[in-house]
Design a protein around this ligand. Sequence first.
Ligand code: SAH
Ligand code: AVI
Length: 322
Amino acid sequence: MSVHAPALADAHLPDKQTSAFARDAARDLSQHPKRLSPKYFYDATGSELFEAITRLPEYYPTRTELRILRDRGGEIAKLIPKGAALVEFGAGATTKARLLLKNSAFGAYVPVDISGEFIKAQADALRRDFPQLAVYPVTGDFTAPFTLPSVVETMPRVGFFPGSTIGNFEPDEACRFLRSARGILGEDAQMIIGADLEKDERVLYDAYNDAAGVTARFNLNVLVRMNRELGANFDLSAFTHRAIFNRERHRIEMHLISKKKQTVRMLGTSFSFRTGETIHTENSYKYSVDRFEALARGAGWTVRESWTDPAKMFSVHALMAA
Ligand code: SAH
Ligand code: AVI
């Protein structure tokens, strides 16, 4: 494995990220149906809104996964080599990593996240709470290849991908991501990964259509970002949040629906919308334990253990590079 300084040089990130956002948004809003990548929800506001979602009564995944991680803490700790580096993909508020870090003797923690300002603040808070731990935040897009900080080169590596963020990939992208994570983590790596389970449609519907409207604000935040960062003129009151469960494809879909016929300008181009036309902003795939294990195996990992909560709402899997 080649491990050296982060390929994602922090100093250049705002420009690089903005130009990737501009390129992707212009391309994806020209598609039929229009779409946007869910990774663009996450600026500092988007990260805060996601945190607010995790505290909603309807949003069961976070508290359920935390319960599995707590209940299985001893078993998970036994799988982790002493002095390992914990590499979290999409670390966000680092709440779940804190549980693992308390239970095992990790040598370093590498939170990777596209939301740069947010992840740096979380890394600072973590350093205060775990003064002995070396924390190396990496700002960047985990769907693109990147290298780990050179200091973790000699440590065993444990990947951590909780939250069912894997569900935000198409199944073929999820397979590619798992293969690439194997490459980034290197031989003999372990991986702890959370996947949301398919369940009663009403429970799923409510989790993505909360009564307080926080998920709607999270969804609309991508339009706020395009207005601010890309000079677009989206009228936020002219779009509405919708989340539906697509049973055939095992996924929740989030959409922003145009309330009227309208034209939006962005980056010198006009994008027209019919009344009721959608921008498809996110998929959140729901797995069965068997389907998730098959995905992991297909990407070259061996499944060591799979755990669920008693109500079988959420699953956590321990993988080993085969
Ligand atoms: N791990 C946390 C947060 C999950 S939310 C938890 O389980 O609660 C998803 C996180 O992944 C966000 O913090 C978001 O900023 C990050 N993220 C989403 N797409 C990303 C990408 N392509 N590259 C890097 N980080 C990404
Ligand atoms: C980060 N990800 C797994 C969340 C999910 O449930 O798909 C993002 C989210 N979208 C709406 N609510 C939460």
